[in-house]
Ligand binder design. Structure first.
Ligand code: FMN
Length: 167
């Protein structure tokens, strides 16, 4: 079993898994020590439990932003809207000043929400554990809200729009 798994080429793994479309979500928090916003783009954000309301995502162990976000134990998840590919590009970079060029506002919980996002979910970290080369984060939903418009979609390494088909 292990031998068979270890033969999987990472490029092929990425390519095949890229056939699963995802939303594009900015996870962002403010460092209590400096008040500075920190955030990154994730495609792994999803609902985990309804009662209690829990969400989950995974973040690479190499992330510079996650250790800063987790300092406060809370964050906002902004589901990017279809016109926000530039926000995705900026916040998926390693630039330490990447948040400065992004339009954001503070949520009632004090977390940075991306202005014009498709939906927002304010969360409190519930549990996290290392798995493979990522940290799996489980968080409790404190508040949430949705806007209008359409989401940004990530599919096969490219950003696109959602298209509805009639039944
Ligand atoms: C569409 C998309 C989805 C991504 N999903 C994830 C993810 O789920 N987890 C992760 O750790 N990085 C993900 N990334 C990569 C991070 O956004 C990127 O590595 C970023 O530079 C990390 O920044 P940081 O080092 O400031 O945390 C994704 C990038 C894109 C464009």
């Amino acid at each position: 079993m292990t031998a068979a798994l270890s033969r999987i080429d990472p490029r092929r793994y990425r390519d095949v898994m890229g056939h699963l479309p995802t939303g594009v979500v900015v996870v962002a928090g403010r460092r209590p020590s400096t008040g500075e916003p920190a955030g990154l783009v994730v495609g792994t954000f999803q609902s985990l439990s309804l009662d209690p309301p829990l969400v989950t995502f995974s973040v690479a162990l190499t992330s510079n932003s996650w250790p800063k976000i987790r300092e406060s134990g809370r964050f906002s998840a902004s589901v990017l809207a279809s016109g926000q590919h530039d926000v995705c590009q900026r916040l998926s970079s390693k630039n330490p000043d990447k948040f400065h060029a992004v339009d954001w506002h503070e949520s009632a919980d004090g977390n940075p929400r991306i202005t014009g996002a498709h939906a927002w979910i304010d969360c409190q970290v519930h549990h996290e554990f290392e798995c493979g080369d990522h940290t799996v984060v489980i968080a409790r939903v404190r508040r949430l809200d949705a806007g209008s418009g359409e989401p940004l979609v990530f599919y096969r390494g490219r950003l696109g729009k959602y298209r509805e088909i009639s039944a």
